[in-house]
Design a protein. Structure first.
Lengths: 309, 278
């Protein structure tokens, strides 16, 4: 009975030869089988199918029609797509500059040993990572509210004009989305940097101190160069994350992306095309663009690493 | 000398203190607003402290929509999802860590190669698969596919190959334990730290997941909390009962935040497990 099971597993996995060895390995096969069945159906297959779909015209119900590159020429001529792409890249690039620098500064301070309650601060900074993005976006809707918002309250306390953050011509929508994004992920990056800093051996610092190095010297000559790979790694991961930014723009700017579509991101546009307008083929080619962006960043990352090593 | 030192220290405290305040305040304010009436929230200046409407908001929330039901859905979906992930990923990670078998290398490479791909971009074909299986508007669509978690396999494999001795397996074999049961009898009980890290990470991810339930779920009685919150925002022209909304958002975050504050070390370790992906 055990043998029979082994054979089924074996034949499903790999039809060609190798008979005995595979039958003998029935135990590990049976262990990876449940995972791999789900993995092939729900991950590997959709990724390949997405590629295929992007060359089809399909509403999700009637028969698919091969349309060649039509989806891609349509993308090229679709001003809304370019808006979404621009917004996504804008958020991805601009939000990271303050976020990563602040995360780095906090990590240095916490690592320096001048501060007590280290764990307390680490906990506070990390809190947003576990909080629901939808709930948080709703709170920030109040923080940036026109009438009862905190930010406008502060602006007016200093004698300024209150700002219609999520309305008006939409010029501030991206700022709000970026603020929520920074707020959510600054702690995550900070903890990564802190771990990187703490893995630097103390002897390095000790010998630097004996040589009479000043605090900035230690920072720029020892700490920064040594955690550069960590910073780069989290940066790449985080940028790739912004390519699929969905929850915050969806809640804060809505499906249309707010006034003048200033808050529309690629992922929201993909969702709108697929699940509101049933343009599955077109939405799949947007998905392909997102994947291409990811691959470009990954390749750039590998290149950069090679230059360094 | 000590004076500049003190000043430096004060500046450092000021920097991280301001940051911590900016991080913590919105969450505090959400809890505070949940205790006011909507009229109060929109008065000028807006309230910063706690109010006295907590009972009223609470009862209105639970009377008007199926919030309790949605909360139960979130708990159930996340718990079931975590259970499957822990079982399947630890089994798979164990096979990759402790055995050699034909095809092992390319199978593991296949699994790892999907880690860098933003999976969510493939939500359309994923949805087609779900539709073909007949899982639209079904919690199974949120529970089962998530167990195919390449990251979980990788995580468990790393942990098992670094912490489980091959001798342990030999010992079990000598003791007459059936090969297939070694994992469950001998290995699995030693994996608690890895289970808790992966479990926390998966639970939080599932609890906060928004786009997948948004696509899959249709009927009101099946919604999970993030969808429930969006549903509460309702029609922007008629306006939203912000007080109720803040109560709902607070209750959606509260269980996770409490668990996080109780064992933040474990949580941070667990959530950072997601960072070793690359």
């Amino acid at each position: 009975m055990q043998m029979g099971y082994a054979e089924t597993v074996g034949t499903n996995r790999k039809p060609r030869g190798l008979g005995r060895r595979m039958i003998n390995s029935w135990v590990p096969y049976s262990y990876i089988a449940p995972f791999y069945v789900l993995f092939l159906v729900f991950m590997a297959f959709p990724i390949l199918f997405s590629f295929y779909l992007s060359f089809q015209s399909w509403d999700g119900l009637s028969a698919m029609r091969f349309s060649g590159l039509a989806n891609f020429t349509r993308i090229a001529q679709d001003p809304v797509f370019w808006t979404a792409l621009y917004n996504t890249l804008f958020i991805g690039v601009v939000a990271h500059i303050p976020m990563l620098s602040f995360a780095l500064i906090v990590a240095f301070i916490l690592d320096s040993g001048f501060i007590r309650f280290r764990h307390f601060f680490r906990t506070i900074y990390f809190l947003p990572v576990v909080a629901s993005s939808v709930a948080i976006s709703l709170v920030f809707m109040n923080v940036f509210g026109f009438r009862g918002g905190l930010i406008n309250l502060i602006i007016m306390a200093f004698g300024g004009e209150r700002i219609n953050w999520l309305g008006g011509q939409g010029e501030w929508v991206r700022t709000v989305i970026m603020t929520v994004f920074i707020w959510r992920w600054v702690g995550w990056n900070m903890v990564i940097y802190l771990a990187g800093l703490q893995s630097i051996p103390n002897e390095l610092y000790d010998s630097a101190r004996i040589d009479g190095a000043s605090w900035p010297q230690v920072l720029f000559r020892i700490s920064l160069p040594l955690i550069k790979p960590v910073v780069l790694f989290s940066f790449v991961l985080s940028v790739v994350g912004t390519f699929t930014l969905f929850d915050e723009p969806f809640v804060l700017a809505g499906l249309e992306g707010g006034p003048n579509r200033m808050g529309l991101t690629l992922m929201v546009y993909l969702y709108r095309n697929a699940f509101r307008f049933s343009r599955f083929g077109y939405a799949s080619s947007i998905a392909l663009v997102i994947m291409l962006l990811t691959i470009i960043v990954a390749v750039m990352n590998i290149r950069f690493f090679r230059e360094k090593v | 000398m000590t004076r500049t030192n003190l000043l430096n220290r004060a500046i450092l405290y000021l920097i991280i203190g301001t940051g911590a305040f900016c991080i913590a305040f919105p969450i505090y304010w959400m809890f505070a607003l949940a205790t006011h009436s909507t009229i109060n929230i929109f008065s000028y200046p807006p309230p910063l402290g706690f109010g006295d409407q907590v009972v009223r908001n609470f009862t209105v929330l639970f009377d008007s929509i199926s919030y309790a039901r949605h909360m139960w859905n979130s708990v159930f979906v996340a718990a079931a999802n975590v259970l499957l992930i822990l079982i399947f990923c630890s089994m798979g990670g164990y096979a990759f860590a402790m055995y050699t078998f034909p095809g092992k290398r390319w199978m593991f490479a296949l699994c790892l190669s999907t880690l860098m791909i933003p999976w969510i971009a493939n939500i359309i074909p994923w949805f087609i698969v779900i539709r073909e299986i007949g899982w639209v508007d079904n919690h199974l669509a949120l529970i089962v596919p998530g167990a195919a978690n390449a990251f979980g396999i990788f995580w468990m494999r790393q942990y098992i190959s670094s912490s489980v001795h091959p001798q342990l397996l030999d010992q079990a074999r000598v003791d007459g334990c059936h090969e297939w049961l070694i994992f469950f009898r001998v290995v699995a009980p030693t994996l608690t730290p890895a289970f808790s890290a992966l479990g926390i990470f998966s639970f939080v991810t599932s609890w906060n997941n928004f786009i997948v339930p948004l696509i899959v779920l249709r009927s009101d009685r099946l919604l999970t909390l993030p969808l429930s919150l969006v549903q509460l925002t309702g029609d922007p022209r008629r306006g939203t009962d912000v007080a109720i909304l803040m109560m709902a958002a607070s209750l959606a975050i509260l269980p996770i935040v409490i668990a996080f504050l109780i064992s933040s070390r474990k949580f941070i370790a667990g959530m950072m497990a997601g960072a070793i992906k690359g």
